[in-house]
Design a protein around this ligand. Structure first.
Ligand SMILES: *Cc1c(COP(=O)(O)O)cnc(C)c1O
Length: 404
């Protein structure tokens, strides 16, 4: 057994979970274990696994676990510095599986009012049907989180940096608030990726969650979600939620994510330098009202970002002086930046939250505005192309926007 603690992040990104070549064939690339089920020779052996419920000890059926999924889990657990991980078919599948295990009717969740739209929808419109109460607070001030806890609180759920306003939550402060209480603290670290921050380093934080669809995969070719934490909890989520609710990742998707994650450290470095240059360009542009990027001194939480993150990431939000009209003209006139709903990709992607990812189907206008998602806010996921070309595209797009 190799001691993973001895290795650099970059080495773990390339090797963890698949350290040695295949013992039978010498294959360097991991296998895509494209099978749904696994055969046994003896009734006694199969009965033993089923009666113990220890489905992580032996492969049985791919809805419970699969070798390609397990390699991905080991790799991401190593990158996050966690004991174990559990991979799902999407980030949302991971969120639902984890929360469903942790709460029951009468329980309470404290969360931030800046969250991914589907997470908000699940908290507001689905959990409420089952008698679970959710309090949304402005979590940029940890005191608001502390003030919202009550004796029924079972989960504290945070997202940092948050989608799409790029606001931050002080992970250490949240851990300190939760420490010693019977609550499970969860941090959705998708925007940071495992490269830029490690929530599990802070006492009191129990689970890190990623939409692996974004920076972990990084190439817009596979959906996935992953949670990282104590092995005991991961085993419980597998046995309770994964097997019985069906959010498993397909072996081929797991394989694509494993391939993508090998370059995560290189991609993230480029995302960070490109995004800083783009943010500085936008901030200096006369048609831009405001830029939200944790790497800019103008970001209200710039100091926290410096403390908590190794770099400032690839996500930017900005408002144009001409509001929605100006934003529509800009988005309709970009050529290199692609208009698309995802993020964390090699390609620069741009979208308009108020009419797209955070429209009325997911959040009401009032809720959206209370979260700082104004009508004119534009979200930009800066890719790893040449930064000169990204800026030139934005420059020509902005030149078409009328001055007002
Ligand atoms: C995309 C995303 C999710 C959901 O992940 P899917 O893989 O799309 O299901 C959750 N949280 C954040 C912050 C995201 O960006």
């Amino acid at each position: 057994m190799v001691n993973l603690n001895e290795y650099d992040f970059a080495t773990l990104a390339v090797r963890a979970g698949w350290w040695d070549a295949d013992p039978q064939t010498g294959a360097v690339a991991p296998p895509i274990s494209q099978t749904t089920t696994y055969a046994f020779n003896k009734v006694e052996d199969m009965v033993k696994i089923f009666s113990s419920g220890e489905f992580s000890n032996r492969y049985i059926y791919t809805r419970a676990s699969n070798p390609t999924q397990n390699i991905l889990e080991e790799r991401v657990a190593a990158l996050e510095g966690g004991e174990a991980a559990l991979a799902f078919g999407s980030g949302v599948a991971a969120i639902v599986a984890l929360i469903t295990l942790l709460v029951q009717s009468g329980d309470h969740i404290v969360t931030s009012n800046s969250l991914y739209a589907a997470t908000q929808f699940y908290f507001r419109n689905i959990l409420s049907k089952y008698g679970v109460k959710v309090t949304f607070v402005d979590a940029t001030d940890p005191d608001n989180v502390a003030g919202a806890l009550n004796e029924n609180t079972k989960v504290v759920y945070m997202e940092t940096p948050a989608n799409p306003t790029i606001s931050l939550v002080d992970i250490g402060a949240i851990g300190a608030i939760a420490r010693g209480r019977k609550v499970t603290t969860i941090v959705d670290s998708t925007f940071a990726s495992p490269y830029l921050q490690h929530p599990l380093d802070y006492e009191g934080i129990d689970v890190v969650l990623h939409s692996a669809t974004k920076y972990i995969g990084g190439h817009t070719d596979a959906l996935g979600g992953i949670i990282i934490g104590k092995k005991e909890l991961m085993d419980k989520v597998r046995a309770y939620s994964l097997i019985n609710m069906g959010g498993i990742i397909d072996p081929f998707a797991a394989w694509l994510l494993l391939r993508g994650i090998k370059t995560i450290h290189l991609r993230m470095e480029r995302h960070c330098t490109n995004a800083l240059a783009v943010a500085e360009f936008l901030e200096a542009h006369p048609k831009v009202e405001r830029v939200y990027y944790p790497g800019l001194p103008s970001h209200p939480q710039h100091e926290l970002a410096k403390r908590q993150m190794k770099g400032f990431g690839g996500m930017i939000a900005f408002e144009l002086k001409g509001g929605v009209t100006a934003g529509t003209i800009l988005l309709n006139n970009l050529h290199l930046c692609r208009m698309a709903a995802s993020l964390g990709d090699t390609d620069t992607l741009i979208e308009h939250p108020a009419s797209m990812t955070h429209n009325e189907l997911f959040v009401t206008r009032e809720e959206r505005l209370s979260q700082g998602i104004t009508d004119g806010l534009v979200r930009l996921s800066v890719g790893i192309e040449g930064v000169r070309d990204i800026i030139a595209d934005l420059q020509q797009g902005l030149s078409i926007v009328p001055s007002n």
